[in-house]
Design a protein around this ligand. Structure first.
Ligand SMILES: [Zn+2]
Length: 99
């Protein structure tokens, strides 16, 4: 068996992206886009494995700014907050992962 460190790095990170719709009851969550804070109403929560620290991080987005989960993730990726398969490939090159 063999595995490619670069492919593995990309897969681990792409697979780590999870988006949920949550309804926080106690804690206020700040929307990444409008910067307003929300509690007791549905918001999107996107967690992902950081590409460097190997920690899970989270972004929140309110349902006023985003229609659905996909729109939220696409926005995070378009604004460079979250990686894409392409940006991870570039990262591998920069850090000489799998070379
Ligand atoms: Zn918002």
């Amino acid at each position: 068996m063999k595995r490619d460190p670069k492919e593995r790095f990309i897969k681990i990170h792409m697979d780590s992206i999870t988006v949920k719709k949550i309804k926080p009851l106690l804690f206020w969550h700040k929307c990444e886009k409008c910067k307003k804070e929300f509690v007791r109403e549905p918001i999107y929560s996107c967690s992902y494995l950081d590409d460097f620290w190997e920690h899970y991080y989270e972004y929140h987005g309110c349902s006023h700014c985003f229609q659905d989960k996909n729109e939220f993730v696409t926005w995070l990726q378009d604004t460079g907050r979250l990686y894409t398969e392409e940006s991870l490939k570039k990262l591998c090159k920069e850090r000489s992962i799998g070379e």
